[in-house]
Design a protein. Structure first.
Length: 86
């Protein structure tokens, strides 16, 4: 039981934190046209709902962060595309 929890926490941390470099790169370069966060956002939302259904705190927490990161990417995409920077 403890091993599966540790594996879940490590997997969730690695997967969710993988968005951070992309956020930093997009913020610095103001270029985000090659990012398609829509698919990731819908996937994170579905994983969040699944975690809520299963009452799994690891899945819920990881996907709250993933969804938040994707919302930031969507915001940046709209903002930078409207300004003509991408």
């Amino acid at each position: 039981m403890i091993l599966d929890t540790v594996i879940g926490i490590v997997a969730a941390t690695l997967t969710t934190s993988s968005f951070i470099p992309q956020l930093i790169r997009a913020y610095r370069s103001k270029r985000i046209e090659d990012v398609s966060p829509y698919l990731f956002s819908s996937g994170a939302l579905l994983w969040l709902l699944y975690g809520m259904y299963r009452n799994d705190a690891i899945i819920i927490t990881a996907n709250i962060f993933a969804l938040a990161f994707n919302i930031i990417l969507l915001y940046m995409r709209v903002r930078y595309v409207e300004k003509g920077n991408s």
